[in-house]
Design a binder for this molecule. Sequence first.
Ligand SMILES: Cc1ncc(COP(=O)(O)O)c(C=O)c1O
Length: 433
Amino acid sequence: MPDALKLDLSEKLYAKAVELIPGGSQTMSKRPQGYAPGAFPIYAERAKGCRVWDVDGNEYIDYLMALGPIVLGYCYPAVDHAIVEQLKKGVVYGLLHPLEVKAAQLITETVPCAEMVRFLKGGAETTTAAARIARAYTGRELILNCGYRGWADQWTAQQTTPNARGVPECLRNTVRSFPYNDLPALEAILRETADQVALVFLDPVSATEPDAGYLGGVRELCDRYGVLLAFDEIVTGFRLAPGGAQEAYGVTPDLACFAKGVANGMPLGVVCGTREIMQTAADLLISVTYGGECLSLAAVCACLEEYRKGRVHPHLWRQGEQLVHGFAESGRRHGVPFDCTGLAPMACPRFTHPNPEFNADAWSFFLQETAKRGVLIRRGGLLFVTFSHQDEDIEHTLSVVDESLALLADAVRSGNLKDRLHTKPIEESFRRF
Ligand SMILES: Cc1ncc(COP(=O)(O)O)c(C=O)c1O
């Protein structure tokens, strides 16, 4: 193993990128400053299964997985086959295409709340459509929201968003935030505002698991106060279970949004819900040129057919659980404050030292050492395991994590952690939790 990763081409490309692309990337969470700059790859060249190769020729077992969309693994044969076959027939048409009907049918058969479905592209577009449908259906404007819904104006205007430059001030009070896992706090807001509230919108689960009865309690409060409930299943959808968190927890919202994980990386957003509410969308201005783009629709059909065979989700849970246990065990063995929160298919590793500066350095060192040994993990993000992570990949990952934590423990004991960092300072521009 080399002393440091060779990343010359990545670094050179990124230097050019910042001259051409404001911020250097299209996705804030992919900016190299948020990983271990100087010791972590920046540009991918290709990927297959659970592996990715960077432009400098280094190979890694990947847990970034495009930040969530890849559930089956890169270049999954059944999905790629469906895409290639459709490509031969055309990508998008002026006419409608039968795949719209087939994909909608499969989703309504798979997702508990889905009686009708509309297709869009990104997550923000999808959550924005859900908001419009809820407002039109109820004739009310206020949305009570907990969590990240994407970059669109109304979500960025929410009181808790740190950087709302460029967003009209008048949107500020159209979305009000509420804390997760706190039913009394939600009820207090509903007591005060229910007659203005169109929708309660939340991620059913992210890095923090819902307390027992929390999601059912939210459902019950929404019913009692006569407001709609939407789940943002953009991360949980098709990852926790074929029917998402609503299936996993047995709580059915009125509306739900899916985007990542729907089509194994192809860009597709889904807003769905009960027939009565979704029917409102028939004459709303929710209209996108690429909603009926057929490569993504062919991909979603292939994915759903795979998910419905029943092998994918038990695999994600099993492999995720091995990672969660293995990470915590290595942390304990080496006396490093390190574990995972959240659910196994989307666990969230974290350093838990009371000193945030220690945690920041520990992350830089950990990413530097794991990347050097061929494993990509996201600083403070979710660990996305796929159907393509086989036992030997998990075993290798756990040995890399163990070795890296042993080195971290040694650096801490020797008092030279900062000297052993080959990274530039980090800049975390964006964090969802
Ligand atoms: C829960 C959740 N909702 C919405 C979004 C926005 O999705 P997109 O980036 O595709 O607009 C994200 C993206 O990370 C997300 O995680």
